[in-house]
Design a protein around this ligand. Structure first.
Ligand SMILES: O=P(O)(O)OC[C@H]1O[C@](O)(CO)[C@@H](O)[C@H]1O
Length: 305
């Protein structure tokens, strides 16, 4: 099984409005509610691709119950979330029909008590022992130590399980130094980590900091990957229009799926780019348009970087 870790799970709410304007009141034409947080989205896509996947992290309160209830209906997905006293956060994505842009508002998440964090570490160690790969995804809720991902990377490495890290800021900086197998920063996360806004230079710098492979997600420019097998750019055939929320999570799912199937890197990148683009076409995060995905697979271009 593939293990995904979402320390800051969420109930993702997507609102559709005609046109979003600051300081104005809006009528919402559609509301979609989904279990979210990056690792949860990754897990849902992996399950849809036919993988056995286990979700862990924290869940609490009424929002946590909704998240767990919805996850129990996903075939192939096992819920190993650790209960906490605080309530799972909500995130709000406002999709603006006129511009096609999405505005995201993410709550900070519940305060995690030291005993809850300790309980999670024990659970994580047990789960890692049965995993073929681990993904550590998203922000940290308050109370979780900033070096959390560095510890979780070290645990996976000492168990001999490949580990992918997808986070930002100081948790990413510390996590990279613990030498994860793969990191998947976006352009902003890379720039924050390295101080460089030039993607190739920043990706090389991120690799020198400790990640074995860096896969940078660059929006419409696709993925730039520096790997032990070679360096590639994987680009979708055209810019997609729709809701980009969760597109990076789908790319992570594609990378993990390719990793456990031991596919060559160009094939992993093709699948990651196609899934990512097919997610932009689907209305809610963590979903992808399967027909678009299958068509896109033949149209992604992978070239040496
Ligand atoms: O953990 P954060 O970095 O706040 O990101 C969480 C959010 O990002 C998304 O996963 C999209 O990538 C949403 O589903 C939402 O839950």
């Amino acid at each position: 099984m593939i293990l995904t870790v979402t320390l800051n799970t969420a109930l993702d709410i997507t609102y559709r409005v005609r046109s979003l304007r600051p300081h104005a009141s809006h009528r919402v034409s559609e509301v979609v509610e989904r279990p979210g947080g990056k690792g949860v989205n990754v897990a849902r896509v992996l399950a849809a691709l036919g993988h056995e996947v286990t979700v862990t992290g924290f869940a609490g309160g009424a929002t946590g119950e909704v998240v767990r209830d919805r996850l129990s209906a996903v075939p192939g997905l096992t819920d190993a979330l650790v209960p906490v006293a605080g309530a799972t956060r909500r995130t709000i994505a406002v999709a603006d029909e006129l511009s096609g842009d999405t505005t995201q508002l993410n709550e900070p998440g519940p305060a995690i008590e030291p005993a809850e964090w300790g309980g999670f570490l024990d659970r994580y160690e047990e789960l890692v022992a049965g995993a073929s790969a681990v993904a550590l995804c998203g922000s940290l809720p308050p109370g979780v130590p900033v070096g959390a991902y560095a510890s979780l990377v070290r645990t996976a490495r000492s168990a001999g399980v490949p580990v992918l890290l997808d986070t930002s800021g100081e948790p990413l900086r510390r996590g990279v130094a613990a030498r994860p197998d793969i990191i998947k920063p976006n352009a902003d996360e890379l720039a924050e980590l390295t101080g460089s806004h030039e993607p190739l230079r920043a990706t090389q710098d991120a690799r020198r900091r400790g990640a074995r492979t860096v896969v940078a997600s660059l929006g419409a420019q696709g993925l730039l990957a520096l790997t032990p097998e070679g360096d590639w750019r994987a680009v979708p055939p055209a810019r997609e229009h729709g809701n980009p929320t969760g597109a990076g999570d789908s790319a992570v799912a594609g990378l993990l799926s390719g990793l456990v199937h031991r596919l060559p890197w160009p094939d992993r990148l093709t699948s990651a780019v196609a899934l990512s683009a097919a997610t932009v076409r689907a209305p809610a995060a963590g979903d992808f348009d399967r027909v678009a995905y299958e068509k896109l697979l033949a149209r992604v271009s992978v070239t040496a970087a």
